[in-house]
Write a protein that binds this ligand. Structure first.
Ligand SMILES: NC(=O)c1ccc[n+]([C@@H]2O[C@H](COP(=O)([O-])OP(=O)(O)OC[C@H]3O[C@@H](n4cnc5c(N)ncnc54)[C@H](O)[C@@H]3O)[C@@H](O)[C@H]2O)c1
Length: 290
């Protein structure tokens, strides 16, 4: 898709961080911007800021975990705007770091429901409607570099959710390519981006909040000094959509190299890397140096 002006963008998680930056960029490109987010206050603020930028904006409270709510909203958005040309399945959350076997079921449910099922719901409700209009369009799913290779300690839940989003997006790309030349797909794999992701627990549903849950509230202090501003993600996404490029690896050089090395280890028959300082010394423990 080359032209954005006068077209419609639908962005989940649009009230904050990368989703909000995508909305700003869509507004600057002259698109009608529809943002959806579970956090009402942030959503209202985001909509007001986008309007100040001169954009035509609609904002909807939406929990992407809820299949029926996503379906209802898709119907409403197509009724009101006639089309969606850019669909960004972006809403996402992260949970606390723990050994894999200690990750609470509540964490698995919450993170997979938002990060994976949220994208599935977006695809199921919006893509058929996009195809039915016959208009040009593009789907961008937000995964992570953590969807390409694992590495952060204690991140089984988040990494599994993001690997699933990359896989799902590749399937979507292929299925769309067989059916149409009008609608494309990309997967966004950010590295470190200064957003509110480490305060994701602010939107954790009460029923999935257990005594065993110990959510981080590290804020921006958790990001490395070379973390990107969210606007850099938006720039890379719009470039990729224009070029019909599937993989958007928007990460720091060191992270790109780490990812490549992680994948090479597999092809070389080596085991996943384990930081030496954390490695158990007992016999049979995996080695980072093999
Ligand atoms: N920030 C990073 O370094 C980074 C790196 C890799 C991937 N990502 C991914 O980028 C995406 C955007 O996150 P961000 O970093 O901008 O964080 P953020 O917390 O600033 O924004 C996430 C948005 O998603 C919304 N959200 C959370 N649960 C929701 C739900 N159930 N339904 C609808 N909306 C919901 C939040 O309210 C928030 O507005 C996520 O998928 C995240 O996993 C971020």
């Amino acid at each position: 898709m080359q032209d954005f002006k006068g077209r419609v963008a639908f962005i989940t998680g649009g009230a904050s961080g990368i989703g909000y930056a995508l909305a700003e960029r869509a507004a600057d490109e002259g698109m009608t911007v529809v943002i959806a987010d579970v956090e009402q206050g942030a959503l209202d603020q985001a909509a007001a800021s986008l309007r100040e930028r001169g954009a035509a904006v609609a904002a909807h409270v939406l929990d992407v975990r809820d299949e029926h709510a996503v379906e209802d909203l898709a119907g409403k958005v197509f009724e009101e705007h006639g089309a969606v040309h850019l669909l960004c399945n972006n809403a996402g959350v992260i949970n606390s770091e723990r050994p894999t076997w200690e990750q609470p079921i509540a964490d698995w449910k919450w993170v997979l429901d938002v990060n994976l099922w949220g994208v599935i719901h977006g695809i199921r409700s919006f893509v058929p409607r996009m195809l039915a209009t016959g208009e040009e369009g593009h789907v961008v799913n937000t995964a992570s570099m953590a969807g390409l290779v694992t590495g952060r300690m204690g991140a089984a839940v988040y990494d599994a959710s993001k690997h699933a989003v990359v896989s799902l997006s590749e399937s979507l790309y292929r299925d769309l390519a067989i059916h149409t030349t009008r609608v494309g797909a990309s997967v966004l794999c950010p590295g470190a981006v200064t957003t509110r992701i480490f305060q994701a627990a602010r939107n954790r549903p009460p029923e999935l909040r257990g005594a065993e849950s110990n959510d981080d509230d590290a804020g921006e202090t958790a990001f490395p000094g070379d973390a990107f501003p969210p606007s850099e993600m938006a720039r890379q996404v719009f470039d990729a959509v224009r070029e019909n490029r599937f993989y958007i690896l928007a990460a720091q050089t060191e992270m790109l190299e780490w990812t490549k090395m992680g994948q090479d280890r597999m092809w070389e028959g080596r085991n996943p890397a384990v930081p030496r300082r954390l490695m158990a010394s007992s016999a049979g423990a995996d080695s980072s140096s093999n």
